[in-house]
Design a protein around this ligand. Structure first.
Ligand code: SAM
Length: 346
């Protein structure tokens, strides 16, 4: 188990945005070191329940140890959140009062030997889970120069993507992080601006290896359907690509019509299923950034599930899960002990 710790970001703001209440049921889709999960469980006690998910088996182990005191109120699962809906059906854990995504990596992963950081040498892996087949080294060593440039430009928003891709291809095979850093520095020079020249390429490779943006978009859509009436969705993102997906989806789902501008009459028949909690994004205070520099790029967005009361037929069709209109979408909570026995969980 790792000796490193992860300092959770925007904890007070997250608990407030989730409107955590005693007896509530919550999902932490990105358990990490269990910091946010511990705060949610603390505020939802007595009677709160938490389903925690992480793609990284190491993270689940660490969170399990940290959340031992809440053993009877938690179900901690090593899974990818892209399967959120299937997980909740399997464990009969829906609808819920709140769902949290705290995206990206934990400090434990960044400081590990798994190739996420350009600051120390390690094999070029970057997989969240060892069950994934493709590593960053596979992408770097087998993609064409054009494919590499596309990945680096699209997922890293790197202006020098073509120069970097060209140099990588010349330097192959590249097996470690520092070999890759050297190739990038040779392509663009050692010191540009405030950020390290390898930052954007490392971000791009990590996103590509783990299909991060596709998985996020798919999981957010599933999350909306798993929320009960007035349930809260809270997302903390750490780069502009993630934040754009969150912002666009929340904005779209909080509108009653999404027809293109200047369409004379509505043809989309879209109805809002969210209400934005914070119109302006929430970011860490200067004090938090000083105490935890890794929090500096965090952006928190939150929305609340609404049901269009005047339109029950539409709601039934649209929400899938929230068919219990007469109960405002709430069902009897699943019993964690019973579930644990049924699935032989430790
Ligand atoms: C920033 S950390 C979360 C830290 C956590 N909130 C805490 O307080 O300790 C992000 C976590 O999300 C996990 N993660 C990222 N993408 C995931 C995915 N698609 N499915 C499941 N877990 C994911 C990572 O493995 C990592 O442990």
């Amino acid at each position: 188990m790792s000796a490193f710790v992860h300092i959770p970001v925007l904890v007070k703001e997250t608990v407030e945005a989730l409107a955590v209440q005693p007896g509530g049921r919550y999902i932490d889709c990105t358990l990490g070191g269990g910091g946010h999960a511990a705060a949610i469980l603390g505020h939802s006690s007595p009677g709160g329940q938490l389903l925690g998910i992480d793609a990284d088996p190491e993270a689940v182990k660490i969170a399990k140890a940290r959340l031992q005191a809440y053993r009877d109120s938690t179900l901690l699962i090593n899974e990818n959140f892209v399967n959120l809906q299937a997980i909740c059906i399997k464990y009969d854990f829906y609808p819920v009062h709140g769902i949290l995504f705290d995206l990206g990596l934990s400090s434990i992963q960044l400081d590990s030997n798994r190739g996420f950081s350009f600051q120390h040498d390690a094999p070029l892996d970057m997989r969240l889970s060892p069950s994934q087949e493709i590593t960053a080294a596979d992408i770097v060593n087998t993609s064409s120069e054009a494919e590499l440039a596309h990945i680096i430009e699209t997922y890293g928003e790197e202006a020098y993507s073509h120069q970097i891709a060209h140099r990588i291809v010349q330097e192959r095979p590249i097996e470690t992080t520092l070999q890759l850093v050297r190739a990038i520095e040779q392509a663009v020079g050692g010191g540009r601006g405030r950020i390290h020249p390898a930052t954007k390429t490392f971000q791009a490779l990590r996103i590509a290896v783990n299909h991060e943006l596709d998985h996020l978009e798919a999981a957010l859509k599933q999350a909306i359907n798993l929320l009960g009436f007035e349930g809260r969705l809270v997302v903390i993102s750490y780069n502009s690509l993630e934040d754009r997906i969150v912002k666009q989806l929340m904005q779209q789902e909080s509108k009653d019509c999404i027809c293109p501008p200047r369409t004379p009459t509505c043809i989309c028949r879209h109805t809002a299923c969210l209400r934005l909690i914070n119109k302006k994004v929430i970011t860490p205070s200067p004090v938090e950034v000083q105490l935890n520099p890794r929090s500096r790029s965090a952006k928190l967005r939150a929305a609340e599930r609404i049901i269009t009361q005047g339109d029950p037929v539409n709601v039934t069709e649209k929400l899938g899960f929230l068919v219990g209109i007469e109960t405002n979408g709430w069902r009897r909570p699943a019993m964690l002990k019973r579930l644990r026995m049924a699935f032989s969980l430790p």
